[in-house]
Design a protein around this ligand. Structure first.
Ligand SMILES: NC(=O)c1ccc[n+]([C@@H]2O[C@H](COP(=O)([O-])OP(=O)(O)OC[C@H]3O[C@@H](n4cnc5c(N)ncnc54)[C@H](OP(=O)(O)O)[C@@H]3O)[C@@H](O)[C@H]2O)c1
Length: 300
């Protein structure tokens, strides 16, 4: 049996779906039973637990062959870093107390750095804390920048006629669709080929600038002249908090953006067949972005 944290989310739902399709037993963990129902219909066992509840997670992990771990985003929390530490403490205590032997863990590029990477500091610390569990074998998936981060551009294009954000327009970024992370994680869980603790990067199909992403979006939505505008913290922070983020989350994302812009936060591996994944920006924009832009996405 596999236990999956964040099973109703972007990566977790793909992992659970793939393992179930391969006939595996899967325990899907989330806060809300109704959001797990879709997977229960496919044969999963639902386990309702909060990620900061170590005792509940210990029960959820007990008897599993391997677990998928992540720190769910909590962008409205008044102190996001404190919340991340509480969650990673609970995850690690549960891994230890349940005697988990194998974990595939969602991390990020930049998790090699102890500071100045915003929310990624929480993932660095999660890796470090798990390194302290001697008997655990762990595969840290250091993923690139999620293509799903592009969804707020729907509103920006509609309101301002441009795309915009904190990153330099010429900065090459390893952008990945979360479905590719889910596929890689499911494969790692099936094979359990890692024998100690290892970190490896998942860098998407190719590196892209926001300018290039904007061209791809513009073509797909029939606005060929669409342009990207780099925006400063003074413009972005109020917009982020208006979207429902706490000031803490907005500050962390701005710190991360600065570290990406300066090159402090960057992939460590050269691009290779192992860290390259299939979904191109053109595929992502056609299948995911355009339906949201036109309001025809499932559930939109
Ligand atoms: N955005 C990026 O560019 C990027 C890059 C690299 C790494 N990351 C990391 O990727 C992770 C996010 O992955 P994702 O996109 O797959 O997540 P996601 O789609 O936001 O899913 C989060 C999942 O966690 C569950 N959840 C939320 N709060 C919970 C709680 N308190 N207790 C139990 N379950 C809870 C949610 O389920 P319910 O709401 O149904 O409970 C949902 O299934 C973060 O750790 C982030 O740092 C992000």
């Amino acid at each position: 049996m596999y236990a999956i944290i964040g099973a109703s989310g972007n990566t977790g739902s793909v992992i659970a779906g793939k393992l179930l399709a391969q006939g595996e037993k899967v325990r899907v963990i989330g806060r809300d039973a109704s959001r797990l129902e879709r997977l229960v219909q496919k044969g999963a066992e639902a386990f309702v637990a909060n990620v900061s509840d170590a005792a509940a997670l210990t029960k959820a992990f007990r008897g599993s062959k391997a677990v998928y771990l992540m720190i769910p985003p909590n962008p409205g929390h008044p102190n996001v870093r404190e919340d991340q530490e509480r969650v990673s403490d609970a995850l690690v205590a549960a891994v230890r107390d349940a005697g988990v032997e194998h974990a595939v863990v969602l991390s990020s590029i930049g998790a090699d750095k102890p500071d100045k990477t915003g929310p990624v500091v929480g993932l660095h610390n999660l890796e470090q804390k798990l390194n302290g569990v001697a008997s655990l074998k762990a595969d840290y998936l250091r993923a690139g920048y999620f293509m799903e981060n592009l969804f707020p551009q729907v509103g920006i294009i509609k309101n301002f006629g441009v795309t915009g954000g904190p990153l330099r327009s010429d900065l090459k970024v390893a952008m990945i669709a979360t479905q590719d992370i889910g596929a890689a994680a499911a494969e790692a869980l099936r094979k359990l080929a890692f024998t100690g603790k290892q970190a490896r990067e998942l860098l998407g199909q190719r590196d892209l600038t926001y300018q290039e992403v904007t061209v791809a979006i513009g073509k797909a939505i029939g606005k060929p002249g669409l342009a990207y505008m780099q925006l400063g913290p003074a413009q972005l922070k109020p917009a982020m908090t208006q979207m429902g983020m706490s000031a803490s989350m907005a500050d962390l994302l701005l710190e991360m953006s600065e570290s990406l812009n300066s090159g402090y936060m960057a992939p460590l591996e050269p691009r290779s067949a192992q860290n390259t994944t299939p979904t191109s920006i053109e595929m992502f924009v056609a299948e995911q972005f355009v339906p949201r832009f036109t309001g025809k996405a499932a559930g939109a």
